[in-house]
Design a protein around this ligand. Sequence first.
Ligand SMILES: C[S@@+](CC[C@H](N)C(=O)[O-])C[C@H]1O[C@@H](n2cnc3c(N)ncnc32)[C@H](O)[C@@H]1O
Ligand SMILES: [Zn+2]
Length: 351
Amino acid sequence: MQQNLLDWLICPHCRYVETNDGGNGPEYGLSLESGAENCAITGRILTGTLACKHCYTQYPIRHGVPRLLVKQPSQQSEDSQKIQQQISDNFGEAWTQYAEQKAVNPYTKEQFLDWISPLEAHDFTQKTVLEMGSGLGGFTEYAASFGAKMVVGLEISAAVDASASALLEKNPCLSFVQADLLHPPFRTAQWDLVYSIGVLHHLEIPKNGFHQVAALARKEGGQVFIWVYGRENNELVVYIVDPLRKWMSKLPVAFVRWAVAFPLACILWPLLLLFYGPISSKYLPYFDYFRWLRRYGFGYTHGMITDQLIPPRTHYLRQDTLKDWFDSEGVIIDAITPRNKISWRVLGHKP
Ligand SMILES: C[S@@+](CC[C@H](N)C(=O)[O-])C[C@H]1O[C@@H](n2cnc3c(N)ncnc32)[C@H](O)[C@@H]1O
Ligand SMILES: [Zn+2]
């Protein structure tokens, strides 16, 4: 981690316990214990221990990433904690397998810009940026390449280990933390831009995740961006894929990838080639989405099907629900746009 990230971190446990004032005071800061090991070239802290100045909980730093997971997360039921653990395990495993087989960044810059529209590259210049649920860090890397002052990817799963070392070496302004976005290890209202792509809809109560995303953006202009699955136009997925995924997510990820997603991709891919090409009817199901998917080839389609099948829990959110979230957090909506007609991008700012 970068030395200066230390000023931004607080103990997630104390922040959670002291929810009334956001656990925001300086006493919840973390100090670096002696014996830490720094990189001789970049000065980054590679290994060491952080300790809370208030409750003295210790958090390790491994492979340059501070591990700031709270031991007893919230009052979730046991079942719900199990599902959250499964989400983290399945995504961690899927991303790790992906990184072993392919390049570390699964996306192109063009895809990132499409995902975050109407944000553009210049919106990152000299900003402090936090991504909540950064997965393999592909988007985080692009955010860093747009001239941000500092970019941090927060990710709960072992996916951080699959990519962090390689990405940190290449990008001086980038850091990762392993943490739960429901218990973020940051003071509230500090960041210029907080965004979360494809994560909130996997939480038990997505609105609680949005509450944290919004809380971390600074007042007076701090920006908030989210991308989530939409409920509108999504019947096929809701009624066919969703029940399937509840079973699939219980199976080993490698099995789902090769024994289920691969044959499905072999069926879907020729259909995409045949029916979703330049001359196709816009009345076909998932027209925009499949036209988009087709552009990125068979391997990407296979990856997307795998991604659809491994999380045990997914919500599909209506535009009105998202408007309510922004309203209730006092975030003014600047743009709410559909992406491929089956998901929502929402950008807002704090007054
Ligand atoms: C579909 S992936 C999206 C990752 C990345 N934003 C992207 O689009 O490539 C969802 C990610 O959210 C992470 N995640 C799920 N629940 C989380 C939580 N409570 N806190 C932080 N990350 C979480 C998962 O481990 C997974 O890597
Ligand atoms: Zn503490």
